[in-house]
Structures are given as C-alpha cells and as structure tokens.
Write a protein that binds this ligand. Structure first.
Ligand code: NAP
Length: 282
C-alpha cells in the first residue's frame, strides 16, 4: 500500500505559516496585495479565481478583482496591466488563463512587470529559474517540490521522470528537480518506449492532460508518483492523469486527485504574493 501524499494538509500547513508571516509584515507596515484579472466568465476559471481570492482572505493578502467582459480587447487588457504595474499599492498581478481568442496570452504575460509576476510565467522569471537566480517560481512545479520535501522524499541523485513539457508544468518541473540535484528525464508525446523510461523512475511526475493514462505498467515498484492532471470522468468524478486504483498498490507514495497537487498550486501563489513584498523590502 502506497503512502498517500496529502496535498490538502501540506498546503494548509504552508498557508498557516504564510498567514503568520503576512501578519508580521503588516505590523511593519508592509501589506501584500494581489490584483486578479478574469476576462469572460468561463465556469472553471471562475472557480479557480474564487479559490485564489478565498486563499488571499485566509492568509491576509488584500485581493482586488477585475472581472472584464469576454469581448475585452487586447489593448484594453494591456492598459489595465500597465496601470497595475505602476500602482504602488499592488504587489502581485495575476491574469487568469486561458484568455479569449482575440487576446494574445504571451503578449499579456510579457506585459506584467517581472517584479509583480506572481504566476512566474514572464520570460524573465523563467530565465531566472533556469539559471538559479532569485525570482518567482511557477506555482504548480514549486508546489510539487514542497510536497516532495515535506513528505520526506529525498531527491538528490534520484532518477526523476517528468511526462509533459508544457511551459507551465513540465519544463519548469524538470528545471526545479534538476536544482534539487535529481537526474531528470523529460518525456512527451514523441517519446519512444515511454513505459520503459517511466519504469526507471524513482519519482514519476505525470502532467500529460490525459485522464488515467498512466497505469501500473509505467511504474517501478516503490516509486513516488505525482499526478498533476485534473479531469472529470464520464460519471463526473474527478480524476488525474494516473489511474490511481491501478497504480496505488505498486507505488511507494502517490498523490490523490483531488487533494494532491491542486491545493499546492494556490498555496505557492500565496507564497509568491508574500515574496513580492519580501524581495521589495530587502
Ligand atoms: P499540456 O500543455 O496539454 O501539455 C501536455 C504535455 O503532455 C505535452 O508536453 C504533451 O507532449 C504531453 N503528452 C500528451 N500526450 C502524451 C502521451 N500520450 N504520452 C506522452 N506525453 C504526452 O498540459 P499542461 O498544461 O502541462 O497540464 C497537464 C495536466 O495538468 C492537465 O490535466 C491540466 O489540467 C493539469 N494541471 C493541473 C494543475 C494543478 O494545479 N493541479 C496546474 C496546471 C495544469 P507534446 O509537447 O509533445 O505535445
């Protein structure tokens, strides 16, 4: 039986630590604040945005909401981002993705000041992470590193396989594992012998976006399995990229969906909001 890595519990511990820190910073006159911009009313995005606002309220971070109509133009959105970049009372800016088709997401990400880029998607943040400089880390991969560390998983020298090479999960995940001195392999849709490669992994991080793709044939006995995927199956039940029921008996440790990686992403966003004022006042 695998150890279940409880992301809900670990994310709560982190939020409690951040709550104390936010209170201490406030006593020194330093208030963390986050501007959250949503364009349109995609129901999934609305849930994510609400969860982020709730987490801000819990930790003690002031959140300011911008709910823009779906026909908002790129220029209008860029205008709001530029205004927020200049505002002294706003420390973090988050534009909820995806954006409607008329808006170029990359242009918006690049327009956010790197000093306020709490999602860690700006090319400057990505570059800093790549060369090991201080900066905002992409929240989901940073959350996975915290999950592993706080669950006592040693990474140094371990064989880690990341399935997926997206800019927001797979690539930054591989870089952060490398920073922890793991030996990292990145697999993707053109990878040959995927099963064989995965079966070498001491730690397998799955971010493929395909429900229950990864079964026990991909997993070495005793491996740590981190499931990044979020889906709803035919019965409207939440599931991940890993077939939990099939893999759990052979894994050493595994994250569930829900309650694994998901809550960690928001906890790390809260950490980045505090990082914006920590680094500003250094
Ligand atoms: P994505 O942009 O669609 O990337 C998927 C990656 O998986 C791509 O690199 C793709 O390869 C690779 N891939 C697809 N099918 C494959 C296959 N059969 N074998 C091997 N590799 C395959 O997805 P993403 O944004 O990284 O997200 C991945 C999953 O995580 C999604 O379910 C998403 O909803 C979830 N997610 C969760 C959180 C969270 O907070 N828990 C955050 C972000 C994302 P190519 O590059 O070759 O196409």
């Amino acid at each position: 039986m695998a150890k279940i890595i409880d992301g809900k519990k670990i994310s709560q511990e982190i939020k409690d630590e951040l709550k104390k820190e936010a209170a201490a910073l406030r006593e020194q006159g330093k208030e963390a604040s986050l501007a959250v911009i949503q364009v349109g009313s995609d129901p999934a995005s609305s849930i994510y945005v609400n969860n982020k606002k709730k987490a801000c309220a819990y930790v003690g971070i002031r959140s300011v909401s911008y709910e823009l109509p779906s026909e908002t133009t790129q220029e209008e959105l860029l205008g709001i981002v530029r205004e927020l970049n200049d505002r002294e009372d706003i420390q973090g800016i988050l534009v909820q993705l995806p954006l409607p088709a008329q808006i170029d997401e990359d242009a918006v990400i690049r327009a956010i000041s790197p000093q306020k880029d709490v999602d860690g998607f700006h090319p400057e943040s990505v570059g800093r992470m790549c060369i090991g400089e201080k900066g905002f880390l992409s929240c989901t991969p940073a959350g996975i590193i915290q999950l592993l560390k706080r669950s006592g998983v040693e990474l140094e020298g371990k064989d880690c396989v990341v399935i997926g090479r997206s800019n927001i999960v797979g690539k930054p995940m591989a870089l952060l594992l490398l920073r922890e001195n793991a030996t990292v392999t990145v697999a993707h849709s053109r990878t040959r012998n995927l099963k064989e490669i995965c079966r070498r992994a001491d730690v397998l991080v799955v971010a493929v976006g395909k429900p229950r793709l990864i079964t026990r044939e991909y997993v070495k006995e005793g491996a740590v399995v981190i499931d990044v995927g979020i889906h709803r199956d035919a019965e409207n039940k939440m599931c991940g990229d890993v077939d939990f029921a099939d893999v759990e008996p052979v894994a050493g440790a595994i994250t569930p969906v829900p309650g694994g990686v998901g809550p960690m992403t928001i906890a790390m966003l809260m950490n980045n909001c505090l990082e914006a004022i920590r680094s500003k006042h250094e």
